[in-house]
Design a protein around this ligand. Structure first.
Ligand code: SAM
Length: 470
C-alpha cells in the first residue's frame, strides 16, 4: 500500500478549473514522487498521468482533492525532448512501468530530484543528493514476478498478468520485457494447462476457485526459477500437486515448485505458509562473492544486479570507515547485507522477524563457511529494546513503512556513530531522517540506486552520523 505522506502543502484549490472532464493546456514542470507530471494552472497543482516534464500538453481533469487536481494527458502538443517510444507494447494499459516513455538517463535525474524534493519537504533536510546509480540491466531485470490469475466466464480460458492501473482487471500479459524471458514461457504454461489439470482460477468477488497467483523467483546467476502457486486452500489440492509435477518436468529451468496457502479475503498476495510440491524449495543466487538461498516466503531485492551495487557500496563504506567493526544488520531478510559485509567485520549481528528467512540465512552461512554472523529471529523493535551491546554501525533496511520512533530511539542508543539507512520509500526515509536529525544526527550523504527501472520507485542509502553526539 502506498504511504500517504503529504508532500505538497498548497492552499485550497481555486474552483476555476474544478469541473470534471474540463480540458486545459499546461506545461509540465516536474515529476511527483508517484510518477505524475506536475503542472500548475490558476495557482492550483495538477498531477497528470503519462506526462513528462517539459511537455506542453492538453490534459483532462479526472479528479479533485482538497489541495490538488488529478488529470490525464489527452494530447501532447509539444513533446519534451526526453520522450521516447516505450519498448513494451503494453506500457499504457499495464501501468507497471509508469516512466517507460521517458529516456533512461532522464528517469535517473528525475528520480534524483524527487528524492531531493522529498528530503526538503518532508525531512527539512537540504542536502545535494548524489546522482542516481543506474541499474546494470534495464530490461529483464526483475528477480520476482507475481501475476494474479482469472478465468474467462464462458470459455474458462486462464488469464494472467498485472492489474490495469487502479483496477482489479487483469491485463493478460504474454510478454513482459522487464522480466526474464523464461517467465513468459512459464506463465504461458500455466495459462494453457491449469484448466486441463482441473484447476479453477480464484474469483475474489465470490471467494471461490483455487489458483490465486503465480509467483516466479528467478536467479540471475543460475538461470533457475522457483515457481510458487498461491492457492485458496490450506493444503495442496490433488490437481495442484499433479500440475506442479507437470510444470517441474516441463522446464529444466524450473528447479522447484512450491504451493503457498492463502485462504483469506485479502489483497495480500501470499499466506505465511508454503509447502514444496516438486523439486527444491529454494533457488541459489550469487551476489558479490557470496551464495544466497532464496525461498518461497523470503524477501529478496527485486533487481539483483542493482542490489549488488548497493551491497558493494555498503561494504566499501564499512571497509573504508571502520577497522574490524561490529555491525548490526536490522530488518535483515536472508541477511544479505550482513553476509556481504561479513569479511570486513569482527562480527555481524542480524535480526529478522521472518523465520523462513532466518533458516535460509543460517544455511547460507554454512554454504559460504562464514562463522562471524549471529542470527536472531525476532521483531527488530523487541531486539533493540532488549539489546545491551553497542554497534560500530547499524544497517537499517525496514519495509516501505519505515521505522517506528521507538526503533529509531533504540538505534540511536545502540549505534556508536553511524546508521546506514537503506530505504525503498523516500517519503518514510525523509520522515525518519527528520526524527534522527531532531535528535542530534547529521545526514552525511544520500545515494539513490535505480532498483526499479521505468517505475517511479527508487532505492536510497542514507549515511547518518551522530558521533558528535556521543
Ligand atoms: C526491505 S526488506 C530488507 C531485507 C534485507 N535487508 C535485504 O536486503 O534483502 C525488509 C525486511 O524486514 C523484515 N521485517 C519487517 N518488519 C520487521 C520487524 N518488525 N522486525 C524484524 N524484521 C522485520 C521483513 O520480513 C523483510 O525481510
Amino acid at each position: 500500500m502506498i504511504q500517504l505522506i503529504p508532500l505538497f502543502t498548497y492552499s485550497p484549490i481555486p474552483y476555476i478549473i474544478a469541473t470534471m472532464d474540463n480540458e486545459l493546456t499546461v506545461r509540465i514542470e516536474s515529476l511527483s514522487n508517484l510518477g505524475y507530471g506536475i503542472a500548475r494552472a490558476d495557482g492550483a497543482v495538477i498531477f497528470t498521468e503519462g506526462a513528462c516534464p517539459g511537455d506542453l500538453a492538453k490534459i483532462r481533469i479526472t479528479g479533485r482533492n482538497k489541495t490538488y487536481y488529478n488529470a490525464r494527458v489527452v494530447e501532447v502538443l509539444e513533446p519534451s525532448p526526453h520522450r521516447v517510444k516505450p519498448f513494451c507494447a503494453m506500457q499504457k494499459v499495464c501501468g507497471a512501468c509508469q516512466l517507460q516513455f521517458i529516456d533512461y538517463d532522464y528517469q535517473l535525474e528525475l528520480k534524483r530530484s524527487v528524492v531531493e524534493d522529498t528530503m526538503r519537504k518532508i525531512g527539512g533536510i537540504d542536502i545535494k543528493i548524489h546522482n542516481t546509480i543506474p541499474s546494470p540491466q534495464i530490461k529483464e531485470y526483475r528477480h520476482k514476478i507475481q501475476y494474479p490469475v482469472a478465468q474467462t466466464k464462458v470459455s474458462k480460458r486462464f488469464l494472467a498478468g498485472y492489474y490495469k492501473s487502479g483496477t482489479h482487471e487483469i491485463v493478460n500479459i504474454k510478454h513482459c520485457p522487464i522480466q526474464p524471458e523464461i517467465c513468459d514461457e512459464i506463465i504461458d504454461f500455466v495459462r494453457e494447462n491449469a484448466f486441463v489439470y482441473g484447476i479453477s482460477a480464484y474469483d475474489e468477488k465470490t471467494h471461490t476457485g483455487i489458483l490465486r497467483h503465480v509467483i516466479i523467483r528467478n536467479s540471475v546467476s543460475t538461470g533457475k526459477n522457483l515457481v510458487v502457486l498461491v492457492v485458496n486452500s490450506d493444503k495442496i489440492p490433488p490437481e495442484v500437486q499433479r500440475f506442479a509435477g507437470a510444470l517441474y518436468e516441463a522446464f529444466e529451468e524450473v528447479s522447484g515448485v512450491c504451493v503457498n496457502f492463502n485462504t483469506k479475503k485479502t489483497n495480500v498476495i501470499q499466506g505465511k505458509i508454503s509447502k514444496c510440491a516438486a523439486g527444491d524449495d529454494f533457488i541459489e543466487e550469487k551476489i558479490l562473492d557470496k551464495t544466497f538461498l532464496i525461498g518461497a516466503n523470503t524477501f529478496f531485492q527485486v533487481n539483483p544486479k542493482s542490489a549488488e551495487n548497493i551491497f558493494r557500496y555498503v561494504k566499501d563504506y564499512i571497509a573504508e570507515n571502520f577497522e574490524k567493526p561490529v555491525i548490526l544488520d536490522a530488518y535483515a531478510g536472508i541477511t544479505a547485507f550482513g553476509i556481504c559485509v561479513s569479511d570486513t567485520c569482527e562480527k555481524v549481528v542480524s535480526v529478522e522477524e521472518n523465520a523462513d528467512s532466518c533458516e535460509l540465512a543460517r544455511k547460507s552461512l554454512e554454504l559460504n563457511n562464514i562463522k562471524n554472523v549471529e542470527i536472531h529471529n525476532m521483531d527488530a523493535g523487541e531486539f533493540f529494546a532488549e539489546e545491551k551491546r553497542k554497534f560500530d554501525a547499524i544497517i537499517l533496511d525496514p519495509p516501505r513503512k519505515g521505522c517506528t520512533k521507538e526503533a529509531l530511539d533504540n538505534a540511536l542508543r545502540l549505534a556508536k556513530g553511524k546508521i546506514i539507512y537503506v530505504s525503498c520509500n523516500p517519503a518514510t526515509l525523509a520522515r525518519d531522517l527528520k526524527y534522527l536529525t531532531e535528535n542530534g544526527a547529521v545526514v552525511e550523504s544520500i545515494q539513490p540506486f535505480d532498483m526499479f527501472c521505468h517505475t517511479y520507485h527508487i532505492e536510497n542509502v542514507a549515511i547518518v552520523d551522530f558521533s558528535r553526539n556521543i
